[in-house]
Design a protein around this ligand. Structure first.
Ligand SMILES: [Zn+2]
Ligand SMILES: [Zn+2]
Length: 432
């Protein structure tokens, strides 16, 4: 800007008439190449006595003649325009706007930087918290394994020591018996030597022979068989029971089941009845409009996980339901109405149970669905239980008590009803 201004100042000086000391008006050039306003040089020459001359370099000319210089005229007009008030005001306005714009942009960038830093701080603190949590989970498993290992080794050492102690006793008794025998042998040998010289009248006194009991039985096969078992599997089975949360061995609550559902005797299988409604005991907890059923156990706090076998069923809903849901009303499943669910329709369309439904991109059809309920963090997550890949998570989960929820749905008459299973793992009773 400073360079431009000084440049403009120099130009203005060059385009200033030496007579009127203002910008040229109708500039004309004399033969000496100096410029003046046409009126200024005309007035100057009118006042002159004698030959015309240049007021600047004093060169004299034979006649009073000059040439109009259009280039200089155009330049003067430009400089004059650039010095006008409106032009300057416009420039000043543009300057001000540009400056304000820059200041705003700078402020915006500062805000972005601040937000980025805040996000970085957040991710750092959340990361540290998560790290501690992950470490805690693994530490619990490691501690379980260490305790199990110590327990098995202690048992093995105890058995080993027991046999060793018995053998040691037997060894010492045998040594003692050897000593007694050696003593008697010595007495007998002395008596034999003496009998060569003199006739013995009686046998020497010897101690009675010590009886050593039979050596303890050592069944090495039985001993090692105890410790050459599938130790990893046995330990894993025990560890499985200690998982927090491990798959909960839930059962269906038959008193909540819609009358068209048949519940197995062990209350782990639900399937729609082929013959319409089954006889039922009416009650406020029973679903009457939708083909639903709840688990017998509800949760208000803590973290819980369970798995549901859906096999190749083309249609189902499952998840959790608030204990407060109206069992006699026909409602659209959504968190607003007290249901946090995952649903399948037409054999391949998976959705989260929101209003409207949120379609989920699910690659391969899960045969088993894992439901993870974290009451304290109010989260409900669904997994493909075979790969444990996350299918959907409700981050704004339920408050208050909820029950595992299942809806085997009704399929049309052309299809065979397929059951929904609550899975108990690993195919054994998990009663600890
Ligand atoms: Zn002039
Ligand atoms: Zn001149």
């Amino acid at each position: 800007m400073a360079v431009a201004a000084s440049h403009r100042g120099g130009l203005r000086e060059d385009l200033t008439c030496a007579i009127c000391c203002d910008l040229f008006r109708e500039p004309v050039m004399l033969p000496c190449m100096h410029h003046f306003c046409k009126s200024c040089i005309s007035r100057y020459w009118r006042g002159l006595q004698g030959a015309a001359s240049c007021p600047h370099c004093r060169q004299e000319f034979s006649s009073k003649q000059f040439h109009t210089n259009y280039l200089v005229t155009a330049m003067v007009e430009k400089v004059r325009a650039s010095c006008s008030d409106s032009y300057i005001r416009n420039i000043e306005k543009q300057l001000k706007e540009s400056l304000e714009n820059h200041l705003l942009k700078k402020e915006e960038l500062f805000n972005i930087i601040h937000r980025d830093k805040q996000k970085m701080d957040t991710i750092k603190s959340v990361g540290a918290e998560l790290q501690a949590r992950v470490q805690g989970e693994f530490r619990a498993l490691q501690q379980f394994l260490q305790e199990e290992e110590a327990c098995v080794l202690e048992q093995m050492r105890w058995e080993q020591r027991e046999v060793m102690d018995q053998l040691q006793c037997h060894l010492e008794a045998s040594r003692e018996a050897v000593k007694e025998l050696e003593q008697n042998i010595r007495v007998l040998q002395q008596a034999t030597e003496a009998s060569e010289n003199t006739a013995l009248t009686e046998l020497p006194q010897i101690r009675p022979c010590v009886q050593v009991c039979a050596a303890p039985e050592l069944d090495m096969k039985a001993f090692s068989a105890k410790y050459t078992v599938p130790l990893q599997y046995i330990t894993w089975r025990k560890m499985f029971k200690s998982l927090k949360p491990g798959p909960a061995p839930l059962t269906f609550d038959v008193d909540t089941a819609h009358p068209s559902l048949h519940i197995s005797r062990d209350r782990t299988v639900a399937v729609e009845s082929a013959g319409g409604l089954l006889p039922y005991k009416p009650g406020p907890q029973r679903f009457l409009q939708c083909v639903n059923v709840l688990a017998a156990e509800g949760f208000r706090s803590g973290r819980h996980y369970w798995e549901v076998g859906v096999g190749a069923k083309p249609k189902w809903d499952l998840g959790v339901a608030s204990e407060l849901v109206d069992r006699h009303a026909r409602v659209k499943l959504s968190p607003e109405s007290g249901y946090w669910t995952l649903r399948l329709r037409r054999g391949g369309e998976y959705s989260a149970g929101t209003q409207p439904w949120t379609r989920l991109p699910v690659g391969s059809a899960p045969q088993r669905v894992g439901v993870f309920l974290d009451c304290d963090e109010r989260r409900v997550s669904f997994y493909d239980a075979d790969s444990m890949s996350l299918l959907h998570c409700f981050a704004d989960g339920p408050r208050g008590k909820v029950y595992p929820f299942f809806s085997p749905c009704i399929v049309d008459d052309s299809q065979r009803p397929q059951p929904m299973h609550i899975l108990h793992h690993p195919g054994v009773s998990l009663v600890v």
